[in-house]
Ligand binder design. Structure first.
Ligand SMILES: [Zn+2]
Length: 473
């Protein structure tokens, strides 16, 4: 990519220090004016109240509702696209025209949700409920807040006549949460690449973290691990269980899995995790501070101690493979003819599929254990740390919350960003929506986010996108 360069950490820190000084003198604009807040809330409510789970709902009415609002706000039909893999799985793509001096930015949010049963919830999941300072409802956090904010902000830019120097493209897409072959981002890349082609994309996957009631960190997700699933199988001729022999399919498989459980992929850092651990260390006043510093420097003992301290840190420092399913035998009184296990691997972006497959084979080291890759992995490269984005997001972050740091992050799960990264569009997770570290309810019951966080996210993304698309000198 021509516009990106490796982040110079020292200059970035100096920049943040300067931004901090400026922020001290400029009053923080943490939310937008009331009329804009109301519009964002109205769209949010409308999106939440349309069920869009994989089997019980449809993304089409959400996409249509957004299209109707955009057209009412003056977007011409030719700039508003509706289409998808099926009539229930429509996506929306809208283009806000800039001067075209720079390549467009893609602003992405998925509009499907994880299913929610009314009986499991204490409130109706498909009614936006504002209560005790929270917005409740399925999709309030994942991912209809960002979807509503993108649309509300685009309408506002139009209203202001904001002159961007690049096109802003908003895509609201289907079936990120899985369930079938209707993923909207995949479909758009395959069928309408020209509609979403961009220099880079902003997406879910990076939010802010509240600890003990205080805004602490704003995460910018730069990369994600990718998934490889393997099936391990041991076949045996079996026999009567009254005549056991040493060669037993279940024991062989169990022994292989025990070797796997004793194995750990090498610990290491990459450009993103190095920066992450370095910055986390500065926030940590406790005993693990020095370990975090050492981990950020790639020192083995530091990485070992950090990996042992928290599963999420372990997962950031290495590729992991873990047994997740087990089957075997066919009768209570027969020797097993088959024993099988599923092994789920979460692979660092810099580790190749061949490397993982070979390492797994070496650990198992039993030619009676057949190791099959279940499907081709969708491996995405890490997005480069983009100075233009780090600087703008860092600046808006300290302006809004002078105490907060912006920290680049690698997530151990997966988002639609993987399709875009594979397709050559670097993708960054950023929202400026803050959630308590211990109150993340995405995919669960009574999903919620703080009301204030929704409006702050609106303001953060409004300012961020504007600064990324304002004409440069
Ligand atoms: Zn999501």
């Amino acid at each position: 990519m021509k516009k990106c360069r490796m982040l110079k950490i020292t200059s970035h820190r100096i920049f943040l220090a300067l931004a901090f000084l400026c922020a001290a003198t400029v009053p923080a604009q943490t939310t937008r004016p009331d009329a804009e807040k109301q519009l964002a809330r109205d769209i949010y409510k409308q999106f939440i109240e349309i069920p869009s789970g994989f089997t019980t709902g449809s993304t089409t009415p959400v996409a249509e509702a957004a299209a109707a609002r955009l057209k009412a706000a003056g977007f011409p039909d030719s700039d508003v696209f509706l289409g998808g893999a099926s009539h229930k799985k429509q996506n929306l793509v809208v283009r806000y025209h800039g001067t075209g001096k720079r390549k467009p930015i893609l602003l992405l949010a998925h509009i499907d949700v994880v299913e929610a049963n009314r009986e499991d919830w204490s409130l109706d999941p498909f009614v936006l409920t504002e209560k005790d300072g929270y917005f409740y409802g399925r999709g309030t956090g994942d991912d209809k807040a960002q979807a509503a904010i993108w649309i509300a902000n685009l309408i506002q830019y139009k209203k202001e006549g904001f002159a961007a120097d690049r096109d802003l493209i908003v895509a609201l897409t289907a079936d990120e949460e899985g369930g079938g072959p209707f993923n909207g981002v995949e479909w758009l890349i395959k069928n309408h690449r020209e509609l979403i082609d961009a220099e880079y994309c902003l997406n879910e996957g990076g939010h802010g973290e509240i600890v003990d009631g205080k805004h602490l960190v704003n995460y910018l997700q730069v990369s994600e691990k990718y998934v490889m699933n393997f099936r391990l199988e041991v076949h045996n001729k079996g026999g009567h269980s009254s005549l056991p022999v040493a060669d037993n399919a279940i024991y062989r498989l169990a022994a292989a899995l025990t070797r796997l459980s004793d194995f750990g992929f090498p610990l290491k850092t990459n450009e993103v995790t190095k920066e992450y651990f370095g910055q986390i260390a500065e926030l940590d006043s406790g005993a693990s501070r020095l370990d975090l510093v050492h981990a950020s420097e790639g020192r083995l003992q530091g990485m070992q101690r950090v990996a042992a301290a928290a599963p999420v840190w372990n997962a950031m420092l290495r590729t992991t493979c873990v047994a997740t399913r087990l089957e075997g035998g066919h009768a209570i009184n027969a020797l097993p003819q088959l024993a099988a296990a599923t092994v789920n691997c979460r692979v660092l972006p810099e580790d190749s599929p061949q490397y993982v497959e070979e390492a797994l084979g070496k650990v198992i080291s039993d030619d009676q254990v057949i190791v099959k890759l279940m499907e081709q992995p969708g491996r995405g490269p890490a997005s480069p740390i983009l100075a233009e984005l780090m600087d703008a997001a860092g600046y808006v972050t300290v302006q809004m919350w002078p105490e907060v740091r912006l920290i680049p992050d690698m997530v151990t799960g997966a988002t639609d960003g993987r399709y875009l990264r594979v397709a050559g569009i670097p993708t960054y997770g950023i929202q400026g929506i803050f959630i308590d570290r211990n109150d993340i309810r995405f995919h669960g019951r009574d999903e919620r986010i703080p009301v204030e966080s929704f409006y702050e996210g609106q303001s953060f993304l409004y300012q961020l996108v504007k600064s990324l698309s304002s004409p440069q000198n």
